[in-house]
Structure formats: structure tokens, C-alpha cells
Design a protein. Structure first.
Length: 153
């Protein structure tokens, strides 16, 4: 039988971490299933967790009163979602909702930070992986903005 630790160890963000490091992170996580339309993140609310998407698709959106929700990116299996929970002011900057059935590992950020404080190698490994994921997210956002401006120009 496949265990949660085995599924976690195969996630692209955590790939290459040691079994004890994965086990430490597993203590901070739970598997959650989202149906299409379920909100994972609500802009402006307190950010206390982050998500590793195992399967499905999530729309990252920005909301304005004039236009309603506007998708800015879709993320799927292997993605990190919820970096706002790591930096002050600990508020979600975007909305995120499932667009198809989605399974995610939901981590309590404070619990993960406590594990990192106790294990410098885990901290460095996660920092490197999260930085790469954020750089990829910024690159994708830049390409979307360029495409949007090209359409308007």
C-alpha cells in the first residue's frame, strides 16, 4: 500500500529530500481534496498554510470590484501554491480556486518553519526549492503580462 510519505517524496518540490526530512514535513501536512469551484486561498485573508498540488488544476486569480475575478495563471500537479504564508504581512495576495478535482498537501507554515529551525539542511533545501518555484512563477507572470500588452498594443 502506498503511504503518504511515499507520495510526498515523489512531489517535484520535495524530490531529493531524505526520508527523515520528508517524514518531518509529513507531520505538518494533510491531504485535502477540492472540488471544482472550491476556494483554496482568498485574497486579503491571513495566510497560514501553503499547498503542494498533487493532482488537478487551480486557477490563481486577482479580484477587482469592476471586473470580478481575473485568472492570471493556472497551476497543476507538482506546483507550490501559497508563498504569502512565508513573508510578512502574511496575507494572501491572490485568490485561488480549483478548476477541476484537485488533491493537495496542505502544510501548516509555522509547523514547517519550526522543523526548519531545528534542521538547517532541511531549511536550506526547502529555501532552494521554493526560490526556484517562485522564480518560475514570476517568469510565467512576466510572459503573461507581455502577451497581454502585445494584444492591447
Amino acid at each position: 500500500m502506498i503511504q503518504q510519505i511515499d507520495i510526498l517524496s515523489e512531489h517535484s518540490i520535495l524530490e531529493g529530500l531524505s526520508r527523515p526530512q520528508i517524514a518531518a514535513l509529513e507531520e505538518c501536512a494533510e491531504i485535502v481534496r477540492f472540488s471544482p469551484g472550491d476556494r483554496l486561498i482568498e485574497q486579503g485573508k491571513r495566510a497560514t498554510q501553503f499547498f503542494l498540488i498533487h493532482s488537478g488544476k487551480v486557477s490563481v486569480e486577482v479580484y477587482s470590484r469592476e471586473r470580478g475575478p481575473r485568472p492570471i495563471q493556472q497551476v497543476g500537479a507538482g506546483s507550490l501554491l501559497g508563498s504569502s504564508s512565508w513573508v510578512e504581512p502574511f496575507k494572501w495576495q491572490f485568490d485561488a480556486r480549483a478548476v477541476e478535482p484537485t488533491v493537495a498537501f496542505v502544510f501548516n507554515t509555522q509547523s514547517v518553519q519550526n522543523k526548519c529551525d531545528a534542521d538547517a539542511e532541511l531549511s536550506a533545501a526547502l529555501l532552494k526549492r521554493f526560490f526556484i518555484a517562485l522564480a518560475q512563477r514570476l517568469d510565467a507572470a512576466q510572459k503573461q503580462l507581455l502577451a497581454l500588452y502585445a494584444q492591447k498594443g
